[in-house]
Design a protein around this ligand. Sequence first.
Ligand code: SF4
Length: 120
Amino acid sequence: MSVKSLTCIACPVGCQLEVTINGEDITVSGNACNRGPEYAVNELTNPTRVLTTTVAIKDGFLNRLPVNTNMEIPKGLLFEAMEIINKTLVVAPVKVRDVIIKDILGTGADVLASRSMSKK
Ligand code: SF4
């Protein structure tokens, strides 16, 4: 049996979870709602994150465009996804929610513009 402490990041409350792992059994306490145990199990078995970052943009009034994935992707793919995003150059104008990279790394997640950006 092992016990782990996790901070639930499923909402801004940030409950401190205590996770007890006993073979196949995972018991969670400290959660204020049912999303806590779901978060804890996913975090221990298949951790995922929404990737939020910026991408280079040409002719925009700023030189970086904020972007995010439209769904969580496996945590282990974040660095590989960043390598692709860092090699990407977008040309202004861009509208919020425009698809910048479709189906990044075959995850099914699209990288979307988080804001609009007109030409400078
Ligand atoms: S357990 Fe529920 S209330 Fe607590 S941080 Fe997670 S989602 Fe928020």
